[in-house]
Design a protein around this ligand. Structure first.
Ligand code: SF4
Length: 343
């Protein structure tokens, strides 16, 4: 039997056609699964009994396998999900004043090896399928209280989304389809360490927001923090941001993890100003979240505020983000999942 969530809308249409059914029923099936969250074909009440019987014979609807969930003192919730091959991934629900953001993973592990990131230390195992990204949305929805709704989605969990481009695009189609999860594109952000060709493609093919994990103002420092910088150095990355086809109302977000004594000095802030010149952007400064076996340290609050002030004084929109969920290892760069086997 086939898991119907493994099929795209187009593939469901094709299957119905092959079975002699009208392909437009695929949209109803799609809506029942993603929009209404139906768990059984019996719930598809606007379809004929015959069609429901066909679906039951050929397909099943998977449910996410939640292994555990933890809640931080600040309300952040981390969910550990088991995949069919027994690997585990994590997603995080972050509540802020008027938003509830779901941070989802796109790969098991990550190949990019950023030295400030726990996921990177585990190495790469495999890409997630679009269905496994969607299951994170279902899992998060299943633990929400009645009056809660996910307002935003960020692809910032385990993995580099743009190294799993095709599956990410399939997931984004489901996430933004009015009959799917029905999120406005402006409520979705894809984060990247700076995979230039795919960034430009994403800008052309979707209307979602892009966040760049920048973290340094010189190639020397960025090479050490993020090995990917040797392939896509700062100058090329920022030129790509300048020409990135974004809707006029949108701005690139730069994420900058502040690490004590490494990239948090006044000179770094001044260099950053020069680098970002001419790019409509927003900057998130994230004081580093230490994890076991790291030599890096979190900067003082004063150092973070001083860094922020230099950027604010130059007219940039800059936030110091206190990473949520630090006590349950759900903060930025702390997700590690559980690796069962490499394929
Ligand atoms: S920060 Fe992102 S890109 Fe870098 S190793 Fe971690 S998950 Fe991968």
């Amino acid at each position: 039997m086939v898991n119907i969530k493994d099929l795209t809308l187009k593939e469901i249409e094709n299957r119905l056609l092959e079975a002699g059914e009208k392909p437009f029923h695929a949209r109803q099936v799609f809506a029942w699964i993603y929009n209404k969250g139906a768990a059984s074909f019996d719930e598809f009440t606007d379809l004929s009994k015959r069609l429901r019987e066909y679906l039951k014979k050929e397909f099943f609807i998977s449910v996410p396998q939640i292994i555990s969930q933890e809640t931080s003192t600040d309300g952040t919730r981390k969910i550990l999900l088991k995949l069919d091959d027994s690997n585990c991934i994590e997603c995080v629900l972050i509540s802020e004043e008027n938003r509830l953001t779901l941070c989802i993973s796109t790969q098991v592990g990550c190949a990019l090896g950023c030295v400030f990131c726990m996921t990177g230390k585990e190495g790469f195992v495999r890409n997630l399928k679009f269905r496994e990204m969607a299951e994170q949305v279902f899992a998060a929805k299943s633990i929400l209280k009645n009056n809660q709704n996910i307002t935003n989605i960020v692809l910032m969990g385990m993995g580099e989304p743009l190294l799993n481009y095709d599956e990410v695009i399939k997931f984004l189609k489901i996430a933004t389809d009015p009959k799917g999860f029905a999120f406005a594109a402006k409520r979705i952000t894809v984060s990247t360490a700076g995979m230039i060709p795919m960034m430009e493609k994403l800008g052309r093919e979707t209307n979602v927001n892009i966040a760049i994990s920048l973290n340094a103002a010189t190639d020397e420092v960025r090479n050490k923090l993020m090995p990917v910088n040797k392939k896509y150095p700062l100058k090329e990355l920022l030129e790509a941001c300048r020409r990135c086809p974004m809707k006029r109302s949108r701005r690139v977000t730069f994420e900058y993890i502040l690490i004590k004594g490494i990239n948090d000095l006044t000179d770094d802030a001044k260099r950053l100003l020069k680098l970002l010149k001419g790019i409509p952007c927003k900057i998130n400064l994230i004081p580093f979240n230490p994890f076991p076996d790291t030599n890096f340290e979190r900067p003082s609050d004063e150092a973070a505020l001083k860094f922020q002030k230099i950027l604010l004084d130059a007219g940039y929109t800059v936030f110091v983000r206190q990473s949520k969920g630090r006590d349950i290892s759900a903060a930025c760069g702390q997700l590690r999942g559980r690796i069962y086997k490499k394929v």
